[in-house]
Design a protein around this ligand. Structure first.
Ligand SMILES: [Zn+2]
Ligand SMILES: [Zn+2]
Length: 362
């Protein structure tokens, strides 16, 4: 079995069980320390910088790391990236690996024109009824978005040949002062390949636009104005970058009965003078059915009653808010004959003067 010439874990000063983030962190720290710009003329730093790049090109790539751990080498060759190899963005390349690490160190874009770019975020609106907001809903939504071209798998080409200038690596070794570094091959823009025939379906962009119907799942209890994020449902990324997100802004139609405040619902309930005076058991609508509640004797107009747990579910905890029922005493407008006499009789039996306080305070 072939032996690795170097221990990459040792080079980066990490354990064999290090997580991807730890590897990245260790690399970042060392790369900053030994970067030639910070150590002008220091041959040892230059050598060290090369070594840590080589180690990271393998350990920072999940696939290469597995090969390295198993066989002590990588099928891509040691230092594949640094020597000019190009990570295969379409097969397991982890976004947030080389791209952001190197944009930190070298400055964004410098020599990395071909880094994967995340697709565009998209925003659209959806209008729900209060009942739909309460129970959550799966709604088919139609949108037009960028997707990788199916004909060419996003490559933009129908056929390729290996780039002759960089021999397929996508990189050309350049001297920057004393320090040699890999630059993107200008003949192939870093792809390592020359397109011999452009994809007709997408005209070479690798992206097509397509109308699609997606099922948007809106969670129960969603509030008006909130944004539901569908990860990866936005526009396709470029150069194998991840797709953007689809954000759905929720609006809720006004309800003829209920008003919502946070997770509580408010309902005006009309009651008669008799029900208010004598008390009653009445049926009240709730967002998910009916409830029976007792109006106590002597209920006043505007009095508020609580139906516990009959409000909206909290999108965070699922615990339901309350429904508040506000009594509205309805006075008959058209009173004649016996009814008139009866009311007059009730009035004469009143012991209380409702305006007593007003009179006393004048
Ligand atoms: Zn295409
Ligand atoms: Zn090339």
């Amino acid at each position: 079995m072939a032996q690795a010439t170097k221990d990459y874990y040792e080079t980066l000063g990490i354990s064999k069980n290090a997580l991807h983030d730890e590897i990245k962190k260790a690399f970042r720290k060392l790369a900053r320390k030994y970067h030639p710009d910070l150590n002008p003329g220091d041959k040892t730093a230059e050598q060290k910088f090369k070594e840590i790049n080589e180690a990271y090109s393998v350990l920072g790539d999940e696939k290469k790391r597995i090969e390295y751990d198993r066989f002590g080498k990588t099928p891509f060759g040691e230092g594949a990236w640094y020597e000019g190899g190009r990570p295969d963005f379409r097969e397991g390349f982890q976004f947030g690996g080389f791209g952001d690490v190197f944009s930190d160190i070298f400055g964004a874009g410098r020599g990395f024109e071909n880094i994967p770019r995340r697709g565009a975020d998209m925003l659209m609106g959806i209008e729900l009824t209060l009942e739909e907001a309460f129970s959550g809903v799966t709604r088919p939504i139609t949108l037009t978005r960028d997707i990788p071209c199916r004909t060419c798998n996003g490559s933009g080409a129908e056929s390729f040949q290996t780039c002759e200038r960089c021999k397929g690596s996508g990189k050309i070794q350049m001297s920057r002062g004393f320090f040699r570094m890999a630059q993107t091959c200008s003949a192939c823009d870093g792809s390592g390949r020359k397109v011999t025939r452009t994809c007709k379906s997408c005209g070479g962009r690798g992206i097509t636009r397509q109308g699609e119907t997606l099922n948007a799942k809106i969670p129960a209890g969603v509030a008006a104005g909130s944004i539901v994020k569908l990860r990866g449902m936005g526009g396709a990324g470029e150069a194998g970058g991840p797709p953007g997100d689809l954000r759905i802004e929720v609006t809720v139609k006004p309800h003829p009965l209920f008003k919502r405040e946070d997770d509580d619902l408010y309902l005006d309930i009309p009651i008669t003078f008799g029900e208010a005076a004598l008390g009653a058991k009445i049926e009240v609508p709730t967002i998910d059915g009916k409830a029976v509640m007792t109006i106590p004797t002597g209920t006043q107009g505007g009095q508020k009653f609580k139906l516990s747990g009959k409000g909206f579910p909290s999108p965070r905890t699922g615990a339901r808010g309350n429904q508040y029922v506000i009594a509205k005493i309805v006075v008959p407008k058209d009173i004649t004959g016996r009814a008139k006499d009866a009311i007059k009789e009730i009035e004469s039996l009143y012991k209380e003067n409702p305006r007593k306080k007003l009179v006393e305070n004048r």
